[in-house]
Design a protein around this ligand. Structure first.
Ligand code: OXD
Length: 316
């Protein structure tokens, strides 16, 4: 079996290093921070890093590199021109985000329906005041960009008695979706949804997709939840939609600029829950990511078909 040199730009535990060497005995692994990676780049055939790391400079100094693997689902920073036009393989960690991200989305929906966003603020001010509350039972969730994350959200939403509609590029048979639309029919999803959840990848087609015109198609009572990428939403338009009551509220985990600048109007809009890009965080994340990488590594070294290969022209 082929035994490559692997440069992992993340600190790995002994357990993770053993998992790699168990899947391909004889391979060599360096685990370091981005600042130190240049020292080891000469011999690296595989780089494992996060999709938000700027690897362009390192990439240009890597004579033996054949494969870059992202520990994240997003690979936006890895799609620089030299990478796109090269034959370097690019893979990501899609498929491991479903559990934490669906739990995050359901918790945002429950936070709005049970008034937690209001009551937590009131508690800080020692205020005892009731407000109108809702149920999620028989409410409609609309998942824009149904994939492995959306499917986990759909499963949990169905379990809570919700109606599930979704949009997706290709039509498939979906166990937990009541009505599936194509990606050209997003309007239909927006019109019927009480909660709109974005789980699209960032691509040229999805950048800036959510403008005021789309928010205007949503119900005024509806909530918008973005756990995908901030660039998919025109943030100024979202602020207008929220402050003018075009939609009721939003739970936002991702932003055009991260960290969200202190000057952003979104901090002050009522009915907005802001989280710092944590929807996928889980104590099991790295274990799942390394398992996926090790399985792919065994395929790479054994000449078998690999999974999660990014189509660099499409961007996902
Ligand atoms: C990812 C993320 O891309 O968590 O993996 O945003």
């Amino acid at each position: 079996m082929h035994t490559p040199n692997i440069l992992v730009i993340n600190q790995l535990s002994d357990r993770h290093i053993s998992a790699i060497t168990n899947s391909v005995p004889g391979c060599s692994i360096i685990s370091c921070d981005l600042a130190d990676a240049e020292k080891y780049i000469d011999t690296a055939e595989i780089i494992v890093a996060w999709g938000w790391m700027d690897l362009q400079e390192l990439y240009l100094k890597a004579p033996k590199l054949r494969w870059v693997h992202a520990l994240s689902a997003g690979v936006e920073k890895m799609l620089f021109p030299e990478m796109i036009s090269s034959s370097t393989l690019l893979t990501n960690s899609r498929g491991i985000h479903g559990i934490p991200m669906s739990e995050h989305v359901i918790s945002m929906i429950l936070a709005f329906t049970r008034g937690l966003n209001v009551f937590i603020k009131q508690q800080q001010q020692r205020v005892w005041k009731r407000t109108a509350l809702e149920e999620i039972h028989e409410k409609t969730i609309g998942i824009i960009g149904l994939g492995s994350i959306g499917r986990e959200i759909a499963k949990r939403a169905k379990g809570l008695g919700m109606r599930v509609v979704a949009s997706k590029r290709e039509m498939t048979t979906e166990l937990f979706v009541d009505t599936l639309y194509t990606s050209n029919q997003i309007e239909e999803v927006l019109a019927v949804s009480d909660f709109v959840v974005v789980t699209l990848p960032e691509t040229k087609q999805t950048q800036g997709l959510f403008t005021l015109n789309l928010f205007k198609l949503m119900k005024p009572s509806a909530y918008f939840i973005n756990v995908a990428r901030g660039s998919i939403v025109k943030e100024d338009d979202l602020s207008i939609a929220l402050s003018q009551g075009i939609i009721k509220g939003a739970a936002l985990d991702v932003f055009e600029n991260e960290p969200l600048p202190e000057s952003s109007p979104l901090w002050d809009v009522p009915n907005v829950i802001i989280t710092p890009h944590i929807a996928a965080i889980s104590p099991h994340y790295l274990d799942r990511a390394m398992k996926l990488f090790c399985e792919n590594l065994a395929c790479y070294c054994g000449g078998q078909e690999m999974v999660n290969i990014i189509d660099k022209t499409k961007g996902y």
